[in-house]
Design a protein around this ligand. Structure first.
Ligand code: GUN
Ligand code: ZN
Length: 433
């Protein structure tokens, strides 16, 4: 953390709850001439510039980000660190894409030096795109987890992640065993969970690549370390679902597989959740498990349309994520744009205020980390993004006629990408400049 106190001046936007509609001004705080006092990696004060400046010590450095917006840093709830060289690979749908591109790329992470090189590039990409926290799948090699968390530690970033557990239906060099996955995950968990800002996530890839014995081991780990997260994939693709039900004929449905091994709960992140039946929706709600929407991936792999309204009407918690490299962009702004279109196709309306809540506080709540990240509340970690809605000529021209904050946010999500990210702060430290 950067220990020197400083003041950031700019237009502050932070949410306190999910906006119910375009006019729900109670859901957020917007301060036109606002400021944040950062101290010891945390937000020490947040308010009108004049008030914050008056409370700060004489001579505190002021970084003037006007006329830009300052928001909590973006949170990506599902991404694959070893797929940085898989993004943009021309393949058929999920299972072919995994076999033809993804597994070969992940095999290279047996080499620690490769993991270290990709980790640097991976974090450079997150920072460039304004993402301050992500939950990542590492490869099945423990060394990839070390490379992943070591680089996060260097940058002071709050990151979640874990070793991918996979013991069948993949190349031998990528497979562990039920026992080695348990032992390696446990050792990594003990080493990293709670060290600095690191959070370990128990990470069985999905039912197709885990034997029942391995899913059992994942459940045992979760019972031993109930504060840990679990992440996996579910109901993404029709062939995937059919194969899963062949491998687990006794399960009621796909979710029933994970349910049977005790893998569900409020810290369980389930990627995709596209093709869900009513029983599965009920179990998701009862267990508080989170459905993670990955729009650029779902469109790229032709997987299907995430039914946000259906999930939320059923009482299921939701999050949004890039899913790079099945996903095609590191940007949570690009992700919102594509997510908006997926919902448009289903006649579901998503307002830009709800969008920016989703990639900040909404995703923080999905990760049960809302006390640390996702808002500008004093006492929370100083993870921030500074956004310029006039970053490109196309954006600047459109902004000439924008008359409200909501319109500005919609320009950012529809036209913005890394060019709109002026600065990214993690634990009070500027990481771009
Ligand atoms: N299902 C199992 N593994 C993967 C993966 O790496 N990406 C996606 N999108 N789905 C998966
Ligand atoms: Zn994924």
């Amino acid at each position: 953390a950067d220990m020197t106190p400083k003041i950031l001046r700019g237009r502050l936007l932070s949410f306190s709850t999910a906006p119910k509609g375009p006019d729900d001004t109670d859901a957020y705080s917007y301060i036109e001439d606002g400021a944040l006092l950062l101290r010891g990696g945390k937000i020490a004060a947040c308010g009108e510039f004049a008030d914050v400046a008056a409370t700060a010590d004489e001579g505190t450095a002021i970084i003037d980000h006007r006329p830009h917006l300052i928001l909590p840093g973006f949170i990506d709830t599902h991404i694959h660190f070893p797929q940085a060289q898989v993004i943009a690979s021309w393949a058929d749908q999920l299972l072919d894409w995994l076999n033809d591109y993804t597994f070969p790329a992940e095999m290279k992470f047996a080499d620690k030096a490769h993991g270290e090189r990709i980790a640097k590039a991976f974090y450079d990409a997150l920072v460039a795109h304004g993402t301050t926290t992500a939950s990542a799948y590492c490869s099945s090699h423990p060394a990839s987890v070390d490379a992943y968390f070591e680089e996060a530690e260097r940058r002071g970033m709050l990151m979640l992640g874990g070793k991918t557990m996979m013991d069948r239906n993949a190349p031998a060099d990528l497979c562990d065993t039920a026992q080695s996955a348990y032992d390696d995950s446990k050792a990594l968990l003990k080493k990293w969970n709670g060290r600095g800002r690191a959070h370990y996530v128990v990470t069985p890839r999905f039912a197709i690549t885990s034997t029942p014995g391995q899913l059992e081991a994942a459940g045992t780990l979760l019972r031993e370390y109930p504060d840990c997260h679990l992440q996996t994939h579910i109901n993404e693709n029709h062939n995937e679902i059919a194969y899963t039900l062949e491998l687990y004929p006794e399960a009621a449905d796909y979710l029933g597989v994970y349910e049977g091994f005790g893998l569900l709960g409020r810290k369980t992140l389930l990627g995709h959740c596209i093709h869900m039946n009513d029983r599965e929706l009920g179990v998701m709600r009862e267990t508080g498990s989170v459905a993670v929407f990955c729009p650029t991936s779902n469109l790229f792999l032709g997987s299907g349309l995430f039914n946000k309204a259906g999930l939320e009407q059923a009482g299921v918690r939701t999050a949004i994520a890039t899913d790079v490299g099945g996903g095609t962009n590191y940007s949570m702004l690009r992700t919102l744009d594509e997510g908006y279109k997926v919902l448009q196709l289903q006649r579901q309306r998503l307002h830009p205020l709800a969008c920016f809540h989703w990639i900040t506080l909404g995703n923080a709540e999905a990760l049960s980390l809302q006390d640390r990240i996702g808002t500008l509340e004093p006492g929370t970690d100083a993870d921030l993004v500074v956004l310029d809605a006039r970053a490109t000529q196309t954006m600047a021209l459109r902004m000439e006629t924008a008359e409200s904050l909501s319109e500005e946010l919609f320009v950012l999500q529809t036209l913005g990408d890394d060019r709109a990210v002026v600065e990214t702060y993690a634990a009070g430290k500027a990481l771009k400049s």
